[in-house]
Design a protein around this ligand. Structure first.
Ligand code: BES
Ligand code: MN
Ligand code: MN
Length: 447
């Protein structure tokens, strides 16, 4: 039987296993569901042992979230490929926004819905499909590294890497955690933005006071915070923080009508920023206010409030130093305090972006395998999101080839309500990875 037929036949079971994983609420940001993250790691180990893996175990660093490392030792003379995904997911948010239950994988019109189906339990499912296609005896060495805290900034990753460096070393890293260019159009991601976040607190008053009594002379903290936040962009929506880098942009067009449709941006709402769309999304910094602490509406009273807080998340250019970028954001906030308000900034996460060279014999073999599986040549794209492990592993294994693949598409709504996986694309991704591993075993010479 050809690998095409083998993969086609094993898909139903892989999808049912994916459904079982989606049912585990492995939300790494929610302390109350830490046991679910543990359960999810154990479920991954179980699936890998069942797929014939002789060495699968849970690892953690600093007592942090459970990751899985599993190894199929390389047949003599064969390279080792490390397959990466993460088994933790984002919070589901308000269930009212979901058309199907978030933790129950549900098929509707050729898509599978559920939290984590594309980001990134689907990524693990692709690896599982490829391993099963070889009956648990892959033709190259395979290491799986399935992280359990990617969605909270991979805080213990550097330590985990240091403690398991030998087990994680590989000739090729396949990171199944990005998006394809479009449904039916495969892509390898060659640039990712980084991240720098912080919390800003603004205080203007020792205590809340009557807004009629003092309003007009005494500034409230929320208004002051709003003015501070308004300084983060110019009128056109470009980031106004001094000292943030921009990376060179590829000559690619993102059709604006597609972007409006995929993002759900209302007709009549303007785009922000300047430069080509891919430059704005992949190469330039972006700053968003992602949360606010202030008096909630149902507790509103005519009071000048003394304190307000916001969380600011900056996406930074690939190649930018994340610590330097965070320092630039903090300096900006401290320098723009309106009306002499007291501003205190607390550092949040940082993650470096990445620029990857898609070249060499493994990349060529991957391109050919993807072309065969998808019936279409893959394109090289950037992404505006971040995958912290890419920079860390790139630094630890500078000789290795890094290939960032995808199960999601621009309609997958990762992190949002109604996250989904396009099932035909998923099938193509499973076949592509299988053919790619096979091709790695048949390279003329090991590079
Ligand atoms: N899979 C995403 C990264 C991604 C998003 C790649 C969109 C390609 C397109 C990943 O799970 C993610 O969400 N990463 C976080 C990292 C952060 C916590 C450091 C992100 O980008 O917010
Ligand atoms: Mn992900
Ligand atoms: Mn994510």
């Amino acid at each position: 039987m050809s690998l095409h037929d083998v993969v086609r036949d094993l898909l139903p079971r892989v999808l049912s296993d994916l459904g079982d994983l989606v049912a585990i609420e492995s939300v790494s940001a929610d302390r109350a569901r830490a046991s679910e993250v543990e359960r999810s790691a154990l479920a991954i180990v179980g699936l890998l042992v069942d797929a014939g893996c002789p060495d699968a175990r849970v690892v953690r660093a600093n007592g942090g979230a459970p990751a899985v490392i599993a190894r199929f030792p390389a047949p003599a003379g064969m390279p080792t490929v490390c397959l990466y995904a993460h088994h933790d997911v984002q919070p589901e948010g308000d269930p009212v926004g979901w058309a199907t239950p978030p933790f129950m994988a549900t098929e509707v019109n050729g898509r599978l819905y559920g939290r984590g189906v594309s980001d990134d339990k689907g990524g693990f499912a692709v690896h599982l499909a490829a391993l099963r296609a070889f009956g648990g005896k892959p033709p190259v060495g395979v290491t799986l590294f399935i992280e359990g805290e990617e969605e909270v900034g991979s805080t213990d990753l550097a330590q985990l890497l240091e403690e398991n460096r030998e087990d994680l070393a590989a000739d090729v890293f396949v990171i199944a955690d990005s998006d394809n260019w479009a449904v039916g159009q495969p892509a390898f991601t060659t640039s990712l933005r980084g991240l720098a976040s912080c919390t800003v607190e603004v205080r203007t008053l020792d205590h809340g006071v009557h807004s009629g009594e003092y309003g007009g002379v005494v500034p409230d903290a929320l208004t002051a915070l709003c003015r501070l936040l308004a300084t983060l962009h110019d009128d056109q929506g470009n980031v106004a923080i001094a000292g943030l880098a921009t990376a060179p942009a590829p000559a690619m067009e993102y059709p604006p009508e597609r972007l409006r449709e995929e993002s759900g941006l209302f007709d009549g709402v303007d785009w922000i920023g300047s430069g080509s769309f891919v430059e704005r999304m992949w190469c330039k910094p972006a700053v968003s206010v992602i949360a606010l602490d202030a008096t909630p509406l149902d507790k509103a009273s005519n009071t000048l409030i003394p304190v307000a807080r916001a969380k600011i998340s900056a996406r930074i250019a690939p190649g930018e130093d994340a610590a330097r970028a965070l320092a630039a954001v903090i300096t900006h906030l401290n320098d723009h305090a309106p009306w002499g308000a007291q501003v205190t900034v607390t550092e949040g996460e940082t993650a470096a972006g990445s620029l990857i060279d898609f070249a060499g014999p493994y990349a060529d073999a991957a391109r050919a395998a993807f072309t065969e599986a998808w019936g279409r040549e893959p394109v090289l794209i950037g992404q505006g999101g971040s995958i912290p492990m890419v920079a860390d592993f790139g630094k630890a294994f500078p000789e290795a080839t890094i290939l960032i693949t995808a199960v999601g598409d621009p309609d997958s709504r990762a992190h949002g309500a109604n996250e989904s996986l396009h099932l035909a694309d998923f099938a193509a991704a499973c076949l592509a990875e299988t053919l790619m591993l096979n091709a790695f075993a048949h390279l003329d010479q090991r590079p």
